[in-house]
Ligand binder design. Sequence first.
Ligand code: FAD
Length: 466
Amino acid sequence: MTANIAAAKAALSHLDIEQSESAIKSKSRDFFWYSPVLKTRLDHVTADFVVSPRNEAEVIEVLKACYAHDVPVTTRGAGTGNYGQAMPLAGGCVMHLHHMSAVKEVHPGRVIVEPGCLLKDLDAACKEHSGQEIRMFSSTWATATIGGFIAGGSGGVGSCTWGSLRDLGNIIRLRVVTMEEEPRVLEFRGEELARVSHAYGTNGIITEIEMPLAPAYDWVELFVAFDAFTPAMEFAEDLANQDGILIKLATVFEAPISHAYFQRVKPYVSEGSHVVALMVAPQSMDGFDTFTARRPEARVIYRSDDNDWERNPGRVFEYGWNHTTLRALKVDPSITYLQVRYGYPQHRALIEKIRSELSPEVLQHLEVLRENGKVMFAGLSLVKFTTEERLDEIVRIHEEAGAMIFNPHRYTLEEGGRQTVDDRQLRFKKEADPKGLLNPGKMISWDDPDWSYAQMYAYPKLQAAE
Ligand code: FAD
């Protein structure tokens, strides 16, 4: 099977095709460079062409033409994924969905939207329409799309209350186009959603999304400082467990993260300060003040509705989730990170164990997460990178202690997830992408069902560096 790029391009020449070489190169990249491991392997990857369909009919045209000419198609939302998810490992076509950004309908409790809509634009439209907002969003709210969040993300701001995207009820419906000689348009709800959500666009293209909504608030954003780590961690968890206080974010930064990497917070903390970042609903602030007054070790150093800081720190959620790593990287390029699940009920004990073994080489950055009604932590720990071997050893230390790692230094679905085949996604790929043209190289179980995961998967058809 050899791709006939020229024929596919010619068949699509009436669509919006990117002509500039430099734009093609930049639209072939995402935030893969976050990982020193992926940076060395994927830096050269580029598409042969980029096409931007304006509607579902044009998506179908792109898929049909590329199917006919055996051209791989990698879908792009905004390219903020940080595992190389949106990168065309085997070249071919990048299908950029930025034109498909309409908010189609807003109803009480739900919205219907096209995939290329930015998360911030979606929130603005829902707020203006009826004072509503999406339940959760990636901390890349200002730049990422709703389609990319569903296909490539997992959860984020709001997950302390609502859980993750994969939890039942957090996506209502997805409309999906298949990659076949005659592409089909399918509608998924319930169990079927798992086929394509968080599948990196390897088995279908999402063209319409129905999401649940919550009431929108002018969230009060806060930083709270502590002299010791354990009370900071307990504060965040206990606050999330207060049934009557509504929060959208609770993040813990071990010292000296805030002092070392958050320039605008630095004047208000010492090197030894452990900091909790929060979003609290305005009507919950009385409850929050009472909760905080009971803990003399907590010092509120910033609240967005009342402060005298010389420089506005910006949105507090842009310090959390993967933004913590971004801020640290800007100050110290040798910093990288790991994604850890500290599962209930061992979460606190596990975190203390890992801290005692690995701090300060690994610094704890924790996000409060709700899973099956239980409050626990996701870790996006900052790691001082030395070698790939040491990084692998740090992963092993976590796993031996009982903490699950989602390895962000891998570009496949399985290695970035639970290192197991998702049968529902694989079965759907066989049906929906029989030639294996959608985002190739990202699903190991498609390429090599017997892969052992003992070492990093290397996609055999990865574009060669020049
Ligand atoms: P892209 O990067 O363009 O695409 C992501 C994946 O989805 C790719 O595999 C792509 O092929 C596929 N895809 C895109 N659109 C479609 C579609 N319509 N149909 C099928 N497949 C599609 N992630 C989180 O979950 N939570 C966070 O809080 C978070 N914070 C981040 C912070 C920073 C600073 C960075 C760099 C990344 C962060 N991420 C986070 C990862 C990423 O930003 C999010 O997953 C984001 O929502 C991806 O959106 P995007 O539009 O950029 O998608």
